[in-house]
Design a protein around this ligand. Structure first.
Ligand SMILES: Cc1ncc(COP(=O)(O)O)c(C=O)c1O
Length: 414
């Protein structure tokens, strides 16, 4: 007899991903059937960056690889929540970039395999069946799947995008959001800054209001900082420099800022009790994070702070994504004439297409050879919108222009 899958897996299989939906569609058979040359396809779907990693980080890897003693050491298990050296280096990095006053030490840092694993582990630690997870609408499409993997979690949503006026309304709804928290009493509130998919950065006033309410109802306010470094403007918002507290925890990733997407490494900043709990959880799920990446990152940070090379690298990287974001928004205005959200950082914009998002994404691929991510998977507010990612095309502005021009055919045929 075949073993039955668990209720949890049934729940997980019911959560669809908009990225998977479009990727399943973009198969070789599909291209053949509609007579599309896959080479001509332009994709706005990837949630990834395409700038170069810091040369000094590459150098750090090279030195470890060339030193037999250190390379041998990189093949050993690290402590379950990371090496003391790398945890200390990360604390210094955070203070260096986001504020020397930040209350953060190695005891507040647990390094994991990546931020996806850490988000799931944190949900597993905090959320019991029947408890509520509060997500903004829209929110990163992986969170509901992660909640489903925990099992029995009730997701409640609060709209931060006005789907009619196509405006991000977090600031003006800050007090309402706080009242919603007081009424709903979620156990966890999960925000993202800059946000995926809107690339908006919630204001400090909004985050303060949410945190005050979280403290009152005993909730954990979590900020997913996967795109933390990639914010335009002269300075980062104040809360980027807050250390963790009993009610405030942040999740971080090496994927985007230093283009470490495939060199998997992430960390969490939390009070020591949560760090200790994560240690127990990670012993069960990953045993330990990657040692080589920790060694290279710790070397890179230590030397980069001493030589003051990290900030210039980050500033150059930000300038490139800001330019490509502007270019994308201008192309949307020029060729499509539909509303889109102007990014404040990150890799994406969302565009109102005025029809079912899945249907639009299918037509975009079939009739224009352009891949976009349908908005429905991020929440109801994006049912009639799609996400365009400019991250992978940061070196290819012509493709952005061509892709957006091709989308105008799809809009015209609505
Ligand atoms: C909001 C958000 N969080 C987390 C991740 C994944 O980060 P990591 O590569 O560290 O798992 C992504 C990836 O696109 C993301 O958009």
């Amino acid at each position: 007899m075949r073993p039955r899958i668990s209720k949890k897996l049934e729940e997980l299989l019911c959560t669809k991903s908009p990225v998977r939906e479009i990727m399943d569609l973009a198969s070789p058979e599909f291209f053949k059937r509609v007579g599309l040359d896959p080479v001509q396809v332009i994709s706005f779907s990837g949630g990834w960056v395409n700038h170069d990693s810091p040369a000094e980080l590459r150098q750090a890897y090279a030195e470890i690889a060339l030193d037999p003693r250190r390379f041998h050491a990189s093949g050993a298990y690290s402590p379950t929540i990371g090496t003391p050296e790398c945890r200390a280096a990360i604390a210094e990095y955070e203070k260096h970039l986001f504020g020397h006053d930040m209350q953060l030490g190695p005891e507040n840092i647990a390094i994991g395999a990546n931020s996806t694993q850490l988000t799931l582990s944190l949900m597993q630690l905090i959320l019991s069946p029947g408890e509520k997870l509060l997500l903004p609408d829209p929110a990163y499409c992986n969170y509901p799947a992660q909640a489903a993997a925990v099992g029995g979690v009730q997701i409640v949503r609060f709209p931060l995008l006005d789907p009619v006026q196509w405006r991000y309304v977090a600031d003006e709804r800050a007090d309402e959001f706080a009242r919603f928290i007081l009424a709903e009493k979620p156990k966890m509130i999960l925000l993202c800054a800059p946000d995926n998919p809107t690339s908006q950065v919630p204001s400090t006033r909004f985050v303060k209001a949410a945190l005050d309410a979280a403290v009152e109802v005993g909730a954990l306010l979590v900020i997913d900082f996967a795109y933390k470094e990639i914010v335009w403007g002269a300075r980062y918002p104040e809360y980027f420099g807050w250390g963790p507290t009993d009610n405030f925890v942040t999740i971080h990733s090496n994927s985007k800022w230093c283009r470490g997407l495939g060199r998997r490494l992430g960390w969490i900043q939390a009070p020591p009790e949560i760090i200790e709990a994560l240690e127990a959880a990670q012993a069960a799920n990953i045993l330990c994070p990657d040692t080589l990446h920790q060694m290279a990152l710790a070397d890179y940070i230590r030397r980069g702070i001493a030589a003051d090379s990290i900030k210039p690298y980050v500033m150059q990287m930000i300038a490139r994504y800001e330019a490509v974001a502007r270019f994308t928004v201008e192309a949307v205005h020029k060729h499509l004439g539909v509303p889109c959200i102007e990014p404040q950082g990150g890799l994406y914009t969302v565009v109102r297409v005025g029809m079912d998002s899945s249907e639009f994404a299918r037509r975009a691929l079939e009739n224009a050879g352009v891949v976009v991510v349908p908005g429905w998977g991020f929440g109801d507010t994006l049912k009639h919108g799609v996400r365009l990612s400019y991250g992978p095309l940061v070196n290819d502005l012509e493709k952005i222009d061509l892709g957006v021009r091709r989308l105008s055919r799809v809009l015209a045929a609505r």
